[in-house]
Design a protein. Structure first.
Length: 86
């Protein structure tokens, strides 16, 4: 499967499967143009993240092929991760 990493000001976030990358890009571009606002997305572990995107925010998006993880559903009502989900 393809894993997408979004790096915001040097901090990396691996997107959960099912996240619409094109929509996320549109939201980030719009937030930057509008002077800044929070953009929400779901990361691996089915955890919600809100990032303040402004004209000074540096965003880098990279994709790589990784092994399939059936827990990574993108459902933030069913989070996983931490020391107990290794």
């Amino acid at each position: 499967m393809v894993r997408t990493e979004v790096r915001i000001n040097g901090e990396g976030y691996l997107l959960a499967q099912g996240e619409d990358l094109n929509e996320l890009r549109r939201q980030m571009e719009s937030a930057s143009r509008d002077g800044g606002r929070f953009v929400d997305f779901t990361v691996v572990g089915n955890r919600s993240v809100a990032v303040l995107v402004s004209p000074r925010t540096e965003v880098v998006i990279a994709e790589e092929t990784v092994q399939f993880d059936p827990r990574d559903t993108g459902d933030d009502e069913d989070p996983f991760g931490g020391f107990f989900d290794l």
